[in-house]
Design a protein around this ligand. Sequence first.
Ligand code: ADP
Ligand code: TRP
Length: 329
Amino acid sequence: MSTWDTLGAVKTSLTGIKPTHLPHLGNYLGAIRPALSLVDRYRTLYFIANYHALTTVRDAEKLRDYVRDVAATWLACGLDPERTLLYRQSDVPEVFELTWVLSCLLAKGQLERGHAYKEALVRGDSPNAGLFNYPVLMAADILLYDTDVVPIGKDQKQHLELTRDVALRLNHTYGENTLVVPEALITEAPLVPGTDGEKMSKSRGNGIPLFESTKKLRKVIMGITTTSETLEDPKTAEGSTVYELYKLVAPERAPEMGQKLEAGGYGWGHAKQDLYEAIEAEIGPKRDAYLEIRADEPKLDAILSDGAAKARTIAHATIQRVRDAVGIG
Ligand code: ADP
Ligand code: TRP
């Protein structure tokens, strides 16, 4: 098995994770599981984007906790710090130097067209300058580490286009090969429904918890919205939230659940119990690992610092190249 230090020739993949809440099942199935499947093919960097979270999180204690919650979640789900760099964005301050250089090359209009910024204006919010500049910091996150590919969902595509634009502009202005121009790797991750059938999301309050107690997990699953047939009635499996979730968690057993629902004599309560058992089988062992890792903050912080030290070596080299190219230092 290769470790980080022996992965020199392999392409680099980098992803940022915003620590704004405790991860839910949608984050696991839609982001964590697919991202961890890349570890065998790429040299992988995962970082906790705590400066990006500052655009919305206003509670210092919570932010510190979320960083550790998220790091412990990824470790419990299988991230191996020997093979992958895991670090806090804030532990590599070089990212701000690059952010500034990139902002001087970006047209303000390009940021004004940013989806998140525009949506905030449409909602009638008065967005902070952090939200406006968010894509520049994200571009710096990526370009600082000579990233080849960035696995992202469709919602982040515009940010990647801006990252590529600004990298090409810098290279064109100051010298080709100053920055590596990355490509988006649009993940075909499933859209995970929440308990009300809409996209599972923290803000909608329809989340299925990942690592809370089994009692809470069961209660939330039993609360999933269903149609109101009697136990005996045949039911339509396809499109129902319980069945759609079951397909994601236990695809090999889903046809059996589908047949039972459609035959009748199998109630939504039975289906929810089967879903609960399938989810618990997948995440139960990970929950045990999570609780152990999360409880040992010094060890967790040491893993993050170790990741940051290695990440800084790459960041240093990039910043040096950029300083030389633009005429600073
Ligand atoms: P939330 O929408 O709950 O605030 P985040 O924005 O923190 O979640 O999402 C973090 C990652 O998890 C993103 O890559 C996002 O695409 C993925 N993700 C979040 N919710 C879902 C979902 N319901 N289905 C699939 N992926 C999701
Ligand atoms: N903007 C990303 C999100 O909202 C998080 C992020 C910050 C990121 N920096 C990044 C993702 C760099 C990929 C690469 O999910």
